[in-house]
Ligand binder design. Structure first.
Ligand SMILES: Cc1cc2nc3c(=O)[nH]c(=O)nc-3n(C[C@H](O)[C@H](O)[C@H](O)COP(=O)(O)OP(=O)(O)OC[C@H]3O[C@@H](n4cnc5c(N)ncnc54)[C@H](O)[C@@H]3O)c2cc1C
Length: 475
């Protein structure tokens, strides 16, 4: 591999490999034999051909911010990090297309095209770190998904290395490519159909006007009801995010972002579009919130206040470190109208397991993110977290929703696929997987269980050797 990539591009030291044993879902861990850092599509292709010839499993990794264990080497082998392939290769402003490498950090694309008045719309809350390659694989959403759609709605074409090492383009620079929609098939395939090495995406003109509103509620049900009330009045905000009391405490402590500390819930609502008519829409949103019992509704006065409100929302997961040593993020989807019922059930389930939950989520499209808080040092607590998580996803499925809105199935949810898919559905998906990945070497153990997977589940907390000697205090 060093001969293929050059020096400094292959890790095999066990301590360095530890860095790659997990993603954002720290409950699951698996060690690679090697982590490699290609810089070109041709190198990715050569690595995959080598792995395929030698029967070595391999998995693509972006920034490792995934929340379902998707980039873990479940059967060992190679982790192929795309982080050194991080350039914007081409921007065609007239046709609103950018071609980027997969390791480009999501937000860096908007920074690159921003001075010309453009941006990249899919904005996962992790956008300061996650890569466009990881976004493609998980079909990422984000706060602005409500109006602008998920990643799949913004990808036109992909250069991919198939699991046998062949390098080819799926789709292209136009929207109506003929033949099967293989871009649509690849986006969301969680790295099991090959590795994306170039990505052609749409970029959008920045909206003429933006208004950001904070609505504050004394009861969480009132906030849930406001979400449906706003949509029922024919309004489609660009974003509609809910934050509950525990989350407000965490983000206020961390960033002093001005959410009322005694509120039961807050909605962060953003409207954008043409300047003409936007303030009339703001008035209708404010009225809908008041009709549902909001005690306070106010608009960000300037860009600085808007950014602070968004910082609270987008950094909420990280801020949880103020309240808990660890948490597991769930990712269910439900019909919007079921929000009050499901949030109540989430609280009941978590309390029944003796745990606490914080809720911060994309309320507008019914994409829940209960954060189940736990302490990995308490024996048995991780097991209860996993059980509570399964019960929450079951409720989401029962009300007509789904077990993942954006984080993917990965390792975490392989056993929950039957909650939403029949045997025939699963068999059909298996056949598609076989067509792309007949050897099963490309990201094994994900989406469907495999017998060979060697994954450790909890305890995530392992004392560092110096802690064991009593020299350091971790928390
Ligand atoms: C604080 C926080 C907030 C988050 N908020 C959101 C959110 O709002 N919306 C959302 O959708 N997600 C969110 N996530 C989850 C995560 O950021 C996304 O799933 C993201 O797309 C993962 O990107 P990554 O580069 O970190 O990928 P990784 O975690 O490295 O990998 C994720 C998957 O992508 C595959 N992959 C990576 N690169 C490639 C490639 N080039 N070709 C093929 N497969 C590839 C991997 O094999 C794996 O299956 C959040 C995570 C955190 C930690």
């Amino acid at each position: 591999m060093e001969a293929l990539l050059g020096p400094g591009s292959v890790l095999s030291d066990p301590e360095e490999l530890l860095v790659y044993e997990s993603d954002g879902l720290v409950l699951f861990r698996a060690l690679a034999d090697f982590v490699v850092f290609p810089t070109t599509a041709e190198q990715v292709s050569a690595l995959v051909k080598l792995a395929s010839r030698e029967g070595i499993p391999f998995v693509a990794r972006g920034a490792g911010t995934g929340l379902s264990g998707g980039c873990l080497p479940a059967e060992g082998g190679l982790v192929i990090s795309l982080m050194r392939m991080n350039r914007v290769l081409e921007v065609d402003y007239e046709n609103q297309i950018a071609i980027v490498e997969p390791g480009l950090v999501n937000l860096h694309l908007s920074w690159a095209v921003g001075p010309q008045g453009f941006y990249y719309a899919p904005d996962p809350s992790s956008q300061q770190a996650c890569t466009i390659g990881g976004n493609i694989a998980t079909n990422s959403g984000g706060p602005h998904t409500l109006k602008y759609g998920v990643t799949a709605n913004h990808v036109l074409g992909l250069e991919v290395v198939l699991p046998d090492g062949e390098l080819l383009w799926l789709g292209g620079k136009t929207r109506d490519a003929q033949g099967y929609d293989l871009v649509g098939v690849f986006v969301g395939s969680e790295g099991t159909f090959g590795i994306a090495t170039k990505i052609a995406v749409r970029i959008l003109k920045k909206p003429q006007a933006v208004r950001t509103i904070l609505a504050v509620f004394d009861q969480i049900d009132q906030a849930s009801e406001s979400v449906s009330a706003i949509i029922a009045r024919g309004l489609i905000p660009a974003a509609m995010e809910m934050i509950d009391a525990i989350t407000i405490q965490a983000v206020n402590d961390a960033f002093s972002c001005g959410y009322p500390p005694d509120a039961a819930a807050a909605l962060l609502i953003e409207l954008d579009g043409l300047a003409a008519g936007i303030d009339e829409q703001v008035g209708r949103v404010v009225q809908a919130c008041r009709d549902c019992g909001a005690r306070e509704v106010r608009m960000a006065r300037d860009e600085a206040e808007r950014q602070l409100l968004w910082k609270g929302r987008k950094s909420a997961f990280g801020a949880m470190g103020r309240l808990t040593p660890a948490y597991m993020v769930m990712d269910g989807v439900i019909p919007r109208t079921k929000l009050p019922y499901v949030l109540r059930r989430v609280n009941e389930i978590v309390a029944a397991h003796g745990l606490r939950v914080a809720n911060v989520f994309h309320a507008g499209d019914g994409n829940l993110h209960p954060l189940v808080l736990y302490d990995p040092r308490v024996p048995g607590e991780e097991g209860r977290v996993v059980t509570a998580g399964a019960e929450i996803l079951k409720v989401c499925a029962e009300v007509g929703g789904s077990i993942s809105g954006e984080h993917g199935i990965g390792l975490e949810k392989v056993d929950y696929m039957p909650f939403i898919f029949s045997e025939a559905d699963l068999a059909c998906m298996h056949r598609v997987k076989e067509a792309f990945n007949p050897t099963g070497l490309c990201n094994p153990g994900k989406i469907f269980p495999t017998r060979k997977a060697c994954v450790e589940v909890g305890p995530a907390y392992r004392p560092h050797p110096i802690e064991e000697k009593g020299l350091a205090q971790r928390f």
